[in-house]
Each structure stands twice: as C-alpha cells, then as structure tokens.
Design a binder for this molecule. Structure first.
Ligand code: HEM
Length: 512
C-alpha cells in the first residue's frame, strides 16, 4: 500500500500535474511529520532525563547536540560545564550524559559498582578485543584483578627497577646529546613507551619492535573517538588503530611464549610477564589455600597475557606522557623545587650519585615523591572517567540517573577543590609534607577509586619519582616559555599547548 492510497481523491478529479504536486506534498508532509515527532521525542526525553540538574534548557542542536564540539574538545569548554553545577547534563545523538563535578559525587559514582560500570566506546571493544579482561564486570572483574594485583605489589615493583633504570639512562644520554631546544611532547611519548615495554616484556621485545610500537601508538589514541562509524573501513583511522593494536598484541604473544620457557627452565623474573608466569608456576606448585594464589592456578594463555599487557600499555601511554610533560615543565620553571629535589637525591645516595636505584632508596625520596603527587593534582592527566548506568541510580536525594545514561565522574574539579586544597591553582609540593590528613588523600582522585581504581598507581609513583630524581640530578633544564605553555591541550589526556620546548644540558650532580 502506498502512503497516499488512503486519501480519497482520484485521478479523474485532478490533472496529472496536480496529482504529482499532491504526491510530492504528501511525501513532504510525511517527512515533516516524522521529523516533528522525532525532534519532539528527543526534546521531551531530554527534559524528562534532565530533571532539575544543570544543562541547556533545550537541545540547541536537535539530535546531534554538542557532537561537533566533542570532536575537538577544549579544556575551557569542559571547565565551564563543570562550573555550571555539581550535576549537569548534555545529550548527544539521543545519548544522555550526566556529569558529576563535585568531589563527593565523583567518589560516590566511582564506588557504586552496583549501579555503574566503566563505559567503553564501541571502537575500544574492537581494538582491545571483546575477550579482553577490562570488559568484565562484577565478580568476574574482581577475580581477574586479584590475579593481576601481584604484578604491581612492592615486591614485584622492585624486580622492574634495574630494567627501568637502564632505559632511563639511555634516554638521558639521548636528551643530553641534543644541541638545540626540542619539543619534548614526542620525546616523552617515546621514552614512556620504551620504559613501559621494557618493564612489561623485558628483553623478549626487540629494539625494532619497540620503535614500531612507539612510532605508531598515536594511531590507537586517534582511533578512539567518542563516536565512530559502526564498521571499520579499510585505511580509516579505526582501521589503522586496530591494525597497530593487533600487531602489538602479536608481538606480546610471542614474548609471553619466550617468558614461559625462561621461567619454566628456572629463570629469575625480570619483567611483568616473567613475574606473572612465575606467580602462576608458584601457585601451581605450592597449592596453598591463599585465595589470591588459587586464582593464579589456572594457566593464562599467551593470547590472554598479550591482551592484558596491551591494556597496561593502553592505560598508561597517554596518561604517563601527560604527566612527564607537566612534571618537567614545572621543575624547569621552578628552580627552588629543582634545588630541593637535587639535595634529596644526593642525600638518599649518601652523596654518591652513581649509586644504583633500589626500592628502599626510592621510598626515602619523600620530597621528590611529593613533587610528582602535586603535579598529578595540579595537572591530572585523566580529567574524567566515563561510566554507564546499569540500573536507575539515585545519585542524590533529588536526582536519579536513568538506566542506559552515561555518567561521568570528573577528577579535575575534585583535585582543585579549595576546601581540600587551599590555593588550588598554585603548585605547592609542601602541601603533602604533613599529608596525614585523611581529607587530602581521600580526595586525591588522580587514579580513580573503587573496584576499577588504577592498577598501575604505585608503579607510576615509583617510576616517576626515580626518573625525576635521576634526571634533575644529572641535567640542567631550560624551558622556552611561550604564550601557550600554560594552556591546556586535550588529546585523550592533557598537554601544554606548545608541546613543551626544553633545552636539556648535562650537569655535574655534585655541584650545588
Ligand atoms: C599517570 C599515569 C596514570 C594515570 C593518571 C592513570 C589513571 C587511571 C584512572 C583515572 C583510571 C580509572 C579508574 C576508575 O575507574 O576508578 C585508571 C584505570 C586503569 N589503569 Fe591507570 N593511570 C595511569 C597509569 C597506568 C599504568 C602505568 C598502568 C599499568 C601499568 C595502568 C593501568 C590501569 C588499568 C589496568 C586500569 C583499569 C582498571 C580496572 O578496570 O580494573 N594505569 N587509570
């Protein structure tokens, strides 16, 4: 049946031309009616879901909402959204998004695994593969995580120090060899990629493989846009992203095979893969009643190990590069801070700068550690963490987030809350000196909180404390300040807009 068959007019009463006009008109009318219904539905649903919280009165751009802005996110736009109210909202393509920009609400959401789970964009499932452990929820997720916790315990972190120090030294040589100022954003991305890959895969991964991954990793970040075409078109951004991820996981799978052979033959663990396989072997042989050990009794396949190791790289690469940029920009700008770090570095080495790093020594670097902590507060790499509402979630007494909505706890506002961190826009490592106050630590949401809290938190603090100390002790940094140095660029995480121009010179560590 055609759309106009119900209308009681015949060809005999109308000329051919008039009929054509009428047919066109009825199609137009139909399209117009459907459009009005869809637009009204979209607006009405927006109003219902919005309730009393802050947000545009109406969806200014019907259906798409602020989609175009989301393609090129600006820090200032995010900030004005956070400032608009403790809970605010937007709607993009009929997807309703609730933003929580107040510290207690952010913490509540992150800890409410009954109501929420991490929100994953479709393309992340394709890139990380649907079988990846990070997509698990509830008990399955908790159990898998317990099996991984041992890889980042103090005992395990100690194992990784020699390989990390070796690559810190190699890159220090490289930075010192530059004879002119350089943009350090790409340098730090490469440094962090090399250190992570050596820590995860030890000597099983080759220099060529590291170079291949470091040179192409940005394609994975670029592929992870919020909204993507549902299928992967050859040679598109997502196609390149998936290809690099698959190639990287293939490399990790081969490394896991070599590590299994090494550990089975009685080798001593020297990297994350070794430690994982060693823990599995231990659990199998000892057969203890320790519940965490029991979870390791099953054999994790090389493929499974490669997928998990890939999540570590994926979770760390952008955030760690962001931290490196802000950290070295700040210490180059603040000679008072650099001098204190240098003094501490010589002290913990008993004035012998050639002393090798150890966990005990790193644990003594309290001031250097406070500089890293304060940088993470002042310029948190991860601004917000998107979650999805599993069932209607009473976020406050007056507002319930609807099932299916995206809910985004924000970390930046919590870390700049003047009630917790007085004078929040100033960089003050001293605020951590007497940081026994629960309040300061409780609201330090840099790594999230709750069941999905960052697995690499202690690893990050250990690596950056030792790296900052070593680099400042052995080099003089000059920051070439530009009008964009303090401006924030958003590229998955945050970076100085001018990509950080530094001059890096060798320094005598014993000089005052
Ligand atoms: C400066 C560096 C880093 C920052 C700021 C950071 C921050 C975060 C944040 C905010 C989350 C989400 C937490 C939540 O939902 O409550 C997270 C999750 C995660 N991070 Fe990190 N991270 C960093 C480095 C690393 C590193 C080096 C690793 C691995 C070695 C890592 C592994 C993970 C993993 C596996 C998760 C997901 C945990 C889960 O879902 O159970 N991160 N990180």
């Amino acid at each position: 049946m055609s759309f106009n068959s119900t209308i009681p007019l015949t060809e005999s009463t109308l000329s051919g031309k008039a009929l054509d006009f009428y047919q066109d008109l009825s199609w137009l009318q139909l399209i117009a009616t459907i459009t009005v219904i869809v637009l009204s539905y979209d607006q009405i649903m927006y109003q219902i879901r919005k309730g009393s919280i802050a947000g545009p009165r109406f969806k200014v751009w019907p259906i798409i909402g602020p989609f175009l802005e989301s393609l090129d996110p600006k820090f200032e736009e995010y900030k004005s959204k956070w400032d608009s109210g403790p809970l605010s909202c937007v709607s993009i393509f009929h997807k309703f998004v609730v933003i929580a920009s107040e510290r207690d609400l952010a913490r509540k959401i992150l800890a409410s695994s009954k109501y929420v789970k991490p929100c994953v964009v479709d393309v992340a499932v394709k890139i990380l593969r649907p079988t990846n452990w990070v997509f698990l929820d509830g008990k399955a997720h908790t159990d898998y995580r317990r099996a991984l916790n041992g890889l980042f315990s103090q005992k395990a972190l100690e194992i990784y120090i020699p390989v990390q120090e070796k690559y810190m030294d190699l890159y220090l040589e490289k930075f010192i060899s530059f004879d002119s100022p350089q943009k350090f954003f790409p340098e730090f991305r490469e440094l962090l990629c090399a250190i992570s890959l050596r820590t995860f895969c030890g000597d099983y991964i080759t220099e060529e493989q590291i170079k291949l991954i470091a040179d192409n990793y940005f394609r994975i970040t670029a592929a992870l846009e919020l909204v993507n075409f549902p299928i992967i078109i050859p040679y598109s951004k997502t196609w390149y992203g998936k290809k690099i991820a698959d190639d990287t996981m293939k490399i990790f799978e081969a490394c896991a095979g070599m590590s299994k052979k090494f550990i089975e033959e009685g080798g001593k663990p020297a990297c994350v893969m070794d430690e994982w396989i060693h823990l599995m072997k231990d659990a199998r042989e000892k057969q203890t009643d320790d519940p965490d050990m029991k979870l390791l009794v099953r054999e994790f396949s090389n493929r499974e190990i490669s997928e998990a190791i890939f999540t570590f790289l994926f979770a760390s690469q952008d955030a760690s590069s962001s931290l490196a940029c802000w950290l070295f920009q700040i210490v180059a700008d603040r000679p008072d801070v650099a001098a204190k770090v240098r003094e501490e570095q010589l002290r913990v080495r008993n004035q012998d700068p050639s002393k090798k790093l150890s966990l005990e020594m790193i644990n003594e670097m309290t001031y250097t550690n406070n500089v890293v902590k304060e940088t993470l507060r002042y310029r948190p790499p991860v601004l917000m963490v998107p979650y999805v509402v599993k069932k209607n979630f009473p976020v406050t007494d007056t507002y319930t987030a609807p099932k299916g909505a995206m809910i985004i706890p924000t970390l930046y506002p919590a870390l700049h809350d003047p009630e917790v961190y007085p004078d929040p826009e100033s960089f003050k490592p001293e605020r951590w000196e007497n940081a026994t106050t629960q309040m300061l630590n409780r609201n330090w949401l840099v790594f999230g909180t709750g069941p999905h809290v960052c697995l690499g938190k202690n690893y990050v603090l250990m690596t950056f404390t030792s790296m900052l100390g070593k680099y400042l002790m052995n080099s003089e940094l000059t920051h070439h300040v530009t009008p964009l140095s303090e401006e924030i660029k958003v590229f998955a995480t945050i970076f100085p807009k001018d990509d950080l121009i530094l001059e890096w010179k060798k320094r005598d560590p014993l000089k005052n």
